[in-house]
Ligand binder design. Structure first.
Ligand code: SF4
Length: 710
């Protein structure tokens, strides 16, 4: 009977930034199946193992079904009503704001939110509360790519698109393993190579991943040495005259200064530090420099670094030096980690942004947004990025935090300090779909949020494509859409603060989206021609999509006009890290090994969804630490034994596995396993809270550790 009235609702996969369209099959208020949307340009009906099992996790247990509250941290959470919960939240936030000022509170949101959710939270923080203390877990994901794009191209606009994979004759994939982390992008790479045997692929990664094994050339670099490697490639391109001098002269600036700094980056000079033979660097440079169309893709391996901005800029420099940008098959294409990290940036829901990619440090940008929001001014005190936000909480400079759809007690670096921060907070609100996340242990108020299949709005994927997400079923229990929770709270807080500015009376996500796109008019991410109705009628669209346009823009910078003051792209003077500071911390006698973190093929983030499905445990059935066979023998260890992986920040006990994909001196732990699964908690616990000075993205990819028998 359940299948008799099967309906299909158009939605999106809620996992990675590939942004695959799905059709959710449902009947009688229950989700019963899912299939890839054949009409969605990102996946053409395909789904990976995670996306294809979305429906199986839809009605799994562990959901937060009612608002829960506790008066003291040592008490258990107990159910309360929405009225009581939101009144309490408004009371506590208002009290703290009145006593300590608006910058004593913060909002920490998520790349899992839909664009409309993000928009409302940003307006709540900046216009109503009057603080720039709003940041997203996208800070952990894409902020170095944002900073790299802005430093070189002048705006956070991804130039290339997925169709370029089909047009390229060279792919440079760095610090990414799309075979596991963006599988549908990888299927497209496989198909492109099948069609075009001339397509060459270079992969840069400390591990021999599945993507690296597929490549023509794998540069197994020492962790953190990517800037030196890219600079050495550029050195070769200059030496062998593989650069496009006309393009450099007519469309860029800053090349001479960069060229001077490249002198010391000959392949011979960097080979030892990078751990890559000079001949391989030369070959990689020739593959890129001689290509008719070279496309680069990258992800957290470049971004999650204390020099992530420099890494991103150094990679984009290769495109600028060769003119490989703005034409079919050529350009930089950063792979977004989370499904809607890009939507969050468009709405400006990060400490370093305002709506429409505006700058909170720019008075004119603040005034424009303030006028739209009907407030006299927006705050000018810089907001706190994620890691600094939790440090301020720990030190008592922040008193209250509202966390939406993310699990910082799992994902932020140096977990001991993050937990101290959450314990020190006067008031913690957690808006979540799942009750068993590590952060829930610290919540004074736990608010039930709707989840995948139950929410509607829009998301933007890695190639700037905005897609409509429709709700297939109602949320369970008393769970509500994230934007509704934020607006209900905003109205109460406004009354309590006697700052009832209006602007939170949205009746639908379509209204929120309309206000959001109006604020993008004239900006690089202009989507003023989009509405929910246009997306439903015409399908997913890439921005810019200006008012009156019939379609979006597939590929940016075809006219070689860049959004910088001079109109030229920039060879950014970001320099390169010292050879002694490639890693966030030095190895030593006590911590002689480098931990590198990564992802599994069939799990997602903290596994609150994927971890509940037996089918997804087949690929990697248990947590383990991987080590090269050379190190295992050298240290008198053996595969299968329990070992302690530790440094002064923490200790994780795991079984040891042998993995010849790793170079000696390195160990590898997936980032998924948190305290719910593993004594000692997530791999990120062992990472230092060092951040990039420009992007403020934490260096979550590497840490110095020791490995000893447990
Ligand atoms: Fe979902 Fe990413 Fe897999 Fe597509 S590739 S189905 S978006 S997890």
């Amino acid at each position: 009977d359940a299948f008799r009235d099967l309906g299909e609702t158009r939605s999106m996969c809620c996992y990675c930034g590939t942004g695959c369209g799905v059709l959710v099959q449902h009947a009688g208020g229950r989700i019963l199946g899912v299939r890839g949307d054949p009409d969605h340009p990102a996946n053409h009906g395909r789904l990976c193992t995670k996306g294809a099992t979305l429906h199986l996790s839809a009605h799994e247990g562990g959901r937060v079904l009612r608002p829960m509250i506790r008066e003291r941290r040592e008490h258990e959470l107990s159910p309360t009503s929405w009225e009581q919960a939101l009144d309490t939240a408004a009371e506590r936030f208002a009290d703290i704001i009145e006593r300590h000022g608006p910058d004593a509170v913060a909002f920490y949101v998520s790349g899992q939110l839909l664009t409309e959710d993000y928009y409302v939270f940003n307006k709540l923080a900046r216009a109503l509360v009057g603080t720039n203390n709003i940041d997203s877990n996208s800070r952990l994901c894409m902020s170095s790519a944002v900073a790299g794009y802005k430093a070189t191209l002048g705006a956070d606009s991804v130039p290339a698109c997925y169709a370029d994979i089909d047009e390229a004759d060279h792919l440079l994939i760095a610090g990414a393993n799309p075979a596991w982390a963006h599988p549908i992008v990888f299927r497209r790479i496989e198909a492109a190579r099948e069609r075009n045997p001339e397509l060459t692929i270079t992969v840069v990664d400390p591990r021999r991943t599945e993507t690296a094994s597929f490549a023509d050339q794998h540069l197994q670099i020492a962790p953190g040495s990517d800037v030196l490697l890219f600079n050495a490639m550029l050195h070769v391109m200059l030496w062998e005259d593989l650069v496009d001098r006309d393009f450099i002269r007519e469309h860029t600036e800053g090349f001479d200064a960069l060229r001077a700094s490249l002198a010391e980056c000959s392949p011979g000079n960097v080979a030892q530090v990078c751990g890559v033979a000079a001949e391989k660097i030369v070959r990689a440079a020739r593959s890129f420099g001689r290509a008719r169309a070279a496309l680069s893709m990258w992800c957290q391996g470049l971004n999650q670094s204390h020099h992530g901005t420099a890494s991103n800029a150094a990679l984009i420099h290769l495109h600028l030096a060769t003119g490989q940008i703005g034409r079919p098959g050529a350009g930089p294409l950063s792979l977004t980690g989370q499904p809607n990290a890009m939507g969050g940036r468009e709405t400006g829901a990060m400490a370093s942004l305002l709506p429409g990619h505006r700058d909170p440090a720019d008075p004119a940008d603040r005034d424009e947004v303030a006028r739209t929001w009907g407030v006299p001014a927006l705050p000018d005190t810089p907001g706190l990025p994620a890691v600094q936000m939790f440090e301020a909480l720990r030190e008592g400079r922040l008193k209250a935090i509202w966390i939406a759809c993310t699990n910082p007690a799992h994902s932020l670096p140096d977990q001991t300090r993050v937990r101290e921060a959450l314990r020190a907070a006067e008031f913690v609100v957690l808006q979540e779909a799942y009750q068993d996340t590590e952060t829930a242990d610290f919540a004074d108020l736990l608010l039930p949020a709707a989840s995948w299949g139950e929410k509607e709005g829009t998301v933007t994927n890695s190639e700037r494509r905005v897609s409509r997400v429709q709700a297939a079923v109602s949320p369970p229990g008393e769970a509500r859409a994230d934007w509704r929770i934020a607006t209900d709270f905003a109205r109460r807080l406004g009354r309590r603060l006697e700052r009832d500015i209006g602007g939170f009376g949205f009746a639908s996500t379509a209204e929120i989206f309309a206000e959001h796109v109006a604020l993008t008019a004239g900006r690089d991410c202009d989507m003023s021609g989009l509405s929910h109705a246009v997306l439903e009628r015409n399908g997913p669209q890439q921005w810019p999509f200006r008012s009156g346009a019939r379609c979006g823009v597939e590929r940016l910078y075809a006219d070689h006009a860049f959004p910088t003051p001079s109109g030229r792209a920039r060879f950014a003077a970001v320099g390169h890290p010292s050879r002694h500071a490639l890693l966030p911390e030095a190895q030593g006698a006590r911590q002689p090994l480098i931990l590198i973190t990564g992802r599994l093929r069939d799990q997602w983030h903290g596994m609150s969804r994927t971890g509940k499905l037996a089918r997804l445990w087949g690929h990697t059935p248990e947590a383990a630490v991987a080590m090269s066979p050379v190190d295992i023998v050298r240290r008198g260890l053996h595969a299968g034994q329990l070992v302690r992986v530790e440094n002064p920040r923490g200790r994780i006990v795991l079984p040891l596995t042998e993995d010849d994909a790793l170079a000696p001196g390195q160990v590898w732990i997936p980032m998924h396993w948190g305290e719910t699964w593993l004594p000692g908690g997530a791999a990120n616990r062992l990472c230092a809270s060092l951040t990039d000075p420009v992007s403020h993205q934490p260096a979550l990819k590497a840490a110095a550790v020791s490995v000893r028998p447990a």
